[in-house]
Ligand binder design. Sequence first.
Ligand SMILES: [Zn+2]
Length: 128
Amino acid sequence: MKKYYKDLILIIVLIIVSIGIYIGYSFFAEKGTKVRIYVDKKLYKELDLSVNQSKNISTEYGTNIIKIKDNEVFVESASCDNQICVNHKAISNSKESIICIPNRLVVKIEESVDDSDSKVGEIDDIAK
Ligand SMILES: [Zn+2]
């Protein structure tokens, strides 16, 4: 009987924790747009687009200095030969990206994962 009680507490704790994670996640998801920096197709760093900052991304492929200013992100300087990423205009909309092929770097603006769900809702509203 005591073991059953323990298991029940464990289940309740797990439910509370998962609800907490879900609430925390949706809170952060609504917080705004993220700048995700990928190096060699792996997520290297995630930055908040609303926070002015500059980040030095130094990897085995090269160095890029990423700058976020007034909700826009751009590559301030880079070690690559072609400088395409530096000459790319600042991006501010989700799904936009700056790619530095020599340094295998991708700077991407992404909305939260919940975004697709809210878009489905919008389409439903229009259909009505
Ligand atoms: Zn470049």
